[in-house]
Design a protein around this ligand. Structure first.
Ligand SMILES: Nc1ncnc2c1ncn2[C@@H]1O[C@H](COP(=O)(O)OP(=O)(O)OP(=O)(O)O)[C@@H](O)[C@H]1O
Ligand SMILES: [Mg+2]
Length: 255
């Protein structure tokens, strides 16, 4: 569903993403973890066509993100790290505008928008201006607007940031249900528990390079003596920062 080939992004002389190769099948929940500045958001922007790669390519559902970006935009639901929403709209107006932009018929909007408002517990504030929303309220609204469009692929940069525990649980359960329905989820997160419990595979990125890839069990198996994802993460990212290559676990010998 997502195919990333030799993807590299440089900002001036700095390689923010260094030759990433990755294939993510339909229905997979993929968690991308790594230290601040590792290249996660850069990858999200490349996957969603917000940034142009220095080299390499990304295709989603067979469509090249650069060459067929309109088709790709219809398939993906993007939650950016710093979402922009026009703050002079009310929540409901925002959902209706998203529905109109993406061509969702009026009758479908009429039934689905109230469902989403209830699901995300937004009844009390949906008629208020977005400028009055807390971070978590905005996050809920954006997630609802993404689900309204029924995308095949979700690309999410820190999806749980700002959500209270009840909402976080709801969203986690929702991700599992979406995945069971064949929706592909690519998410960046610093919440290792989220990666551990929800994802089918985990990629660890550091300094723009994928330094480990596999299911939690596979990563534990490769790094014998390491019991938790937190240990694996700390061991690999420390080793990577010290320039040690022997802990590379993505099967490419570190090249
Ligand atoms: N527009 C830009 N111009 C110059 N450098 C950039 C730009 N965007 C990102 N970078 C650099 O690229 C590197 C990767 O940044 P990125 O935002 O992808 O990290 P991240 O893994 O998402 O980090 P965090 O966990 O803090 O969100 C960093 O060194 C960052 O300074
Ligand atoms: Mg980021």
């Amino acid at each position: 569903m997502i195919r990333i080939v030799n993807l590299t992004k440089c900002f001036g002389k700095h390689k923010a993403l260094d030759n990433l190769n990755l294939e993510i099948p339909a229905g997979e929940i993929f968690a991308f973890i790594g230290p601040n500045g590792a290249g996660k958001t850069t990858t999200v922007k490349l996957l969603s066509g917000l940034l142009k790669p220095t080299s390499g390519s990304v295709s989603i559902c067979g469509y090249d993100v650069q060459k067929e970006h309109i088709k790709v935009k219809k398939i993906i639901g993007l939650l950016p790290d710093r979402p922009f929403i026009y703050s002079k709209l009310t929540g409901i107006e925002f959902l209706q505008i998203i529905g109109d932009i993406y061509g969702i018929p009026g009758n479908e909007q009429k039934s689905r928008i109230p469902e989403l408002i209830t699901m995300f517990g937004m009844d009390e504030f949906i008629n208020e201006l977005i400028e009055s929303y807390s971070h978590g309220m905005r996050q809920r609204l954006i997630l609802a607007s993404i689900l309204l469009r029924q995308p095949k692929v979700l690309i999410l940069d820190e999806p749980l940031v700002g959500l209270d525990p009840k909402m976080a649980r709801l969203v986690k359960d929702m991700f599992i249900e979406l995945s069971n329905r064949g929706i592909t989820i690519f998410m960046c997160t610093h919440i290792l528990e989220l990666a551990e419990k929800l994802s089918h595979r985990i990629g660890i990125i550091d300094n723009g390079r994928l330094i480990a890839l596999g299911s939690k069990e596979e990563l534990i198996e490769k790094l014998k003596g390491t019991a938790s994802l937190e240990d694996i993460y700390l061991k690999l990212t420390n080793a990577s920062q010290m320039g040690t290559e022997e802990t590379n676990t993505n099967g490419d010998g570190g090249n």
